[in-house]
Design a binder for this molecule. Structure first.
Ligand SMILES: [Zn+2]
Length: 114
């Protein structure tokens, strides 16, 4: 049983996390892909589908679980592939979206440490 304060912190952290997943790709798309930022943002939002690997976990969603290194598409080898894909121009926007996703998920892991 968690107390009200802890529950409130979880709700706020989850809300900030979800907002970051929506807004940060938009900022990066605007900054790095200026001429086609709307399409770049849309493509990066589509990379949210990487969370499909949560379906393999039980429970599917756990606000107190660090995704990085736990889920297959959030594993360190997968992240290394996303970094490599960043160097391939046709995959650059997708790779950027995936890496932004991993950074945001990593921030949750750091929050859990402190
Ligand atoms: Zn994720």
């Amino acid at each position: 049983m968690i107390d009200n304060f802890t529950a409130s912190v979880c709700v706020i952290a989850t809300t900030v996390h979800m907002a970051a997943h929506l807004l940060l790709p938009g900022v990066v798309a605007w900054a790095c892909f200026r001429t086609r930022w709307r399409l770049a943002w849309l493509i990066m939002l589509a990379t949210l589908a990487v969370d499909i690997d949560h379906l393999l976990a039980d429970p599917i969603f756990d606000p107190e679980r660090c995704s990085i290194g736990f889920h297959p598409l959030h594993s360190y080898p997968a992240i290394a592939l996303y970094v490599l894909a960043l160097s391939l121009k046709p995959l650059r926007i997708v790779a950027a979206g995936l890496l932004i996703h991993m950074v945001i998920d990593s921030s949750d892991c750091l929050r859990m440490l402190f």
